[in-house]
Design a protein around this ligand. Sequence first.
Ligand code: ADP
Ligand code: MG
Length: 477
Amino acid sequence: MGREFQTVLAALLKILPDYEDMLVENLVRPFILKDEDYKLLMDIMLGEFNKGLGKETNPTAKVKMYPTYVRDVPDGSENGNFLALDLGGTNFRVLLINLNGQEVTMESKIYLIPQHIMTGTGEQLFDHIAKCIHKFMSNHDLLKEKIPLGFTFSFPCKQIGLNHAILTQWTKGFKCEGVEGEDVVRLLHEAIKRRGDIDVECLAVINDTVGALMSCAHSDRDCAIGLILGTGTNACYIEKLENVGLWDGDYNEPNQVMINTEWGALGDDGCLDFVKTEYDRQVDKHSINPGRQIYEKMISGMYMGEIVRLALEKLRKHGLLFGGKGSEELSTRGRFYTKYVSEIESDVDDHFKNTKQVFEELALEKYSDEDCRIAQYVCSLVSTRAAFLASVGVAALLNKMDRQDVTVAVDGSLYRFHPHFHDLMEEKIQQLVKPGIKFKLMLSHDGSGKGAAIVTAVANRLRDSGKESIGENGLEN
Ligand code: ADP
Ligand code: MG
């Protein structure tokens, strides 16, 4: 080998790692959005909120801004025993909740909803739910009792009363025939009737966002936003009645109502196309609801792992990861769980203990520390974008409400377990809110159970007292 060639080769080898970094950077750069992009996205979100709220504009709006029939936060006097159902994503739970002023106790059990029921018929789904309620009541020796039930049903619904919710469309992997366009409480009551062996009446149906808000507001009166970052993403907030074009209830005090934004549908008209990556487009294409829930698909737990997997696969195919050699697992759709993102980003030193563990689980045979570093980088880009996108929505709500102090109740495993989500959101929201608005992001514990129980308690009290509509406690029936 000639000397000159050797020198050139040595020089090449020296810049190779930098060159590789550059190639990696090229493939993942689309995940990085500019500050101006986030600002623009917030303005888009704000516009969509207003479109959804307007009577004339609502029919063509993608972000539906459904008025709930929950008008106020709890006053702390709610008490009694309640059953609650939590259906809306990864787990289905039945809960027994005792409210006694500030004291709340609860027992719950998770029941599996098999895949064939998630995509079967509505009758199968509600028969299954009724069976689980029966099992739960039997195990808790409650079969002889009549206990009011609250239903946390976390799919887009048009509510026509506190215990009437018409499903507009399934999301998050559910697709049961014959439910869209129907009142889910009626379907539940019919299934209970078909069994004939339990005495349960559903008094209230709420969204999990409302549950989170109510549960948190039980101890914090400043709470005015409920946010979910779990299987899906969504938020609700307290809006003045004068701004709610679709409000058809009374205008008694308090002149406000909780609005379930259903913001996961932002982008379904293409308004997010300018920030979508090829990975987002693939996730959408292979989902059960293509073209729908675009914002949700860029943020929530059901999709984040898959976005990362697609990016890692792309890098591998370009020979930039694992020496170009992948595994069947890494090539399998849905096999890279969102919890891996949390685990990988929780590695704080160069031992990459969690990251290597994930690689082992994915049956990857050859990996270097550089591979660990790159995987960690990809995870952080995708989760940071998700946290910032969610912040855009929260900041839009804060700016719209324009209250001085607002607590945001947050629930969902993505927010709960990801090591940086909370901090990233605080940082981004702070950048985006109007000066003077103070906010707090607070983990809401068991909103879907406690929140449903609180709303049901008030509904029950109103019914017992023979009041038809809203009282000082803020619920209309
Ligand atoms: P749901 O939204 O269905 O009520 P959760 O709030 O538990 O339920 O959210 C479930 C979602 O959270 C799943 O999609 C899963 O991917 C994601 N998830 C579970 N564990 C973690 C974790 N450790 N880190 C990040 N995401 C997680
Ligand atoms: Mg939940």
